[in-house]
Design a binder for this molecule. Sequence first.
Ligand SMILES: [Zn+2]
Ligand SMILES: [Zn+2]
Length: 172
Amino acid sequence: MEIRLDKITDEPFYWQEKLTIPVETLNRPELDNLSEISCQGRVAAIDDGYLFEARLGYEQKLVCVRCLTPFADEVEKEVELRVVTQASEATVGELELSKEDLTLLNLDDEILETTQIILEQLQLNIPMRALCRDDCAGLCPVCGNNRNDQPCQCENQQIDPRWEVLKDWQER
Ligand SMILES: [Zn+2]
Ligand SMILES: [Zn+2]
């Protein structure tokens, strides 16, 4: 959605949109699927720019790094940005001092493209190491069995790490 900032005066601009973004766009192998993204928010003119506030809601399917099984993750996220355009740039210096906690978005023109912001948020919400649950037991390194579903007998056969060295030596 394109928001014309120069059209915003005293009244904030409210909008609501639904987006479908192909998983490939995000280029993250751990992301298996993405539901429709619903977004609503408002943009208000403030002293030295604009205040962008939005709430995103969607479901992402992530692949667990330990057991490689996809699992669903509900995301509810609030985004707050301070938007500055060329026209208001002169005051950026002061503004950064007073509102350090707000992320600053610099625009060349008066058109705010919400899809760009949403895409960035989607990236941020994909964890570095996705886990289906904190205590995921993972796959058995010996037989490949998913140890969350059922235990396998391989654990008993595991070689004592102290003997690994000897095993390597024997294979030489
Ligand atoms: Zn897992
Ligand atoms: Zn096993």
